[in-house]
Design a protein around this ligand. Sequence first.
Ligand SMILES: O=P(O)(O)O[C@H]1O[C@H](CO)[C@@H](O)[C@H]1O
Ligand SMILES: O=c1cc[nH]c(=O)[nH]1
Length: 236
Amino acid sequence: MTPHINAENGAFAKTVLMPGDPLRAKYIADNFLENAVLVTDVRNMLGYTGEYNGKKISVMGSGMGVPSISIYAKELITEYGVENIVRIGSCGAISDKIKLMDVVIAMGASTDSGVNRTRFANTDFAMIADFNLLKRAADSAEKLGASYHVGNLYTSDLFYCADEKRYDLMEKYGILGVEMEAAGLYGVATEFGANALAMMTVTDHIRQGLHLTAEERQQTLNDMIKLTLDAVEELL
Ligand SMILES: O=P(O)(O)O[C@H]1O[C@H](CO)[C@@H](O)[C@H]1O
Ligand SMILES: O=c1cc[nH]c(=O)[nH]1
């Protein structure tokens, strides 16, 4: 057990899906996994292990922001032997080329967070996804006919960012979506030798001021969960 995870040794599968919201972890366990059991609940950061088509898989909330996901991802890898972590989250789009409900697969994650510079001698380490997970996710999106984009994400420390110019710069540099954890997850996975991928559905359009309805959120969430489970099934 760790300060933040009260699961027994061996309680997690080698592949863990990580939504930000712990209730989304419960939703996935209840609706998409078989024989799911709660394995950790410290601070209500719920984690479950169950089966997908008879193969062991876990799902656990990460909380919001780089510090939160960094704690859980690090402990899962070093204390529970987790090998693959796939973040399934939401993001805001900037470019008009990206639409609400599209899926964004983060080949790389740019960030204003300082953690990766802290890690890498105050220089810039390119935070990238594991290629095998990335390819599987893109193949799964293709197979399911999802509207998806693969490229650079922006992980922000601020959800409420007053600097509008920052979005101009992001658009110019081809950022597909803004969220708050991927660069942290990629940093932890790189440091501790695991594989990571972040996939988001576009729930908000920052420029256009658009947001999904509750019903649309549920639909995109279900689609992304299915896409992700199919993408990782062969690795379970
Ligand atoms: O929907 P999740 O996975 O929580 O992701 C996004 O939503 C939260 C902000 O509302 C941040 O965690 C951001 O990254
Ligand atoms: O971090 C986030 C997540 C969803 N939507 C946003 O605009 N930002």
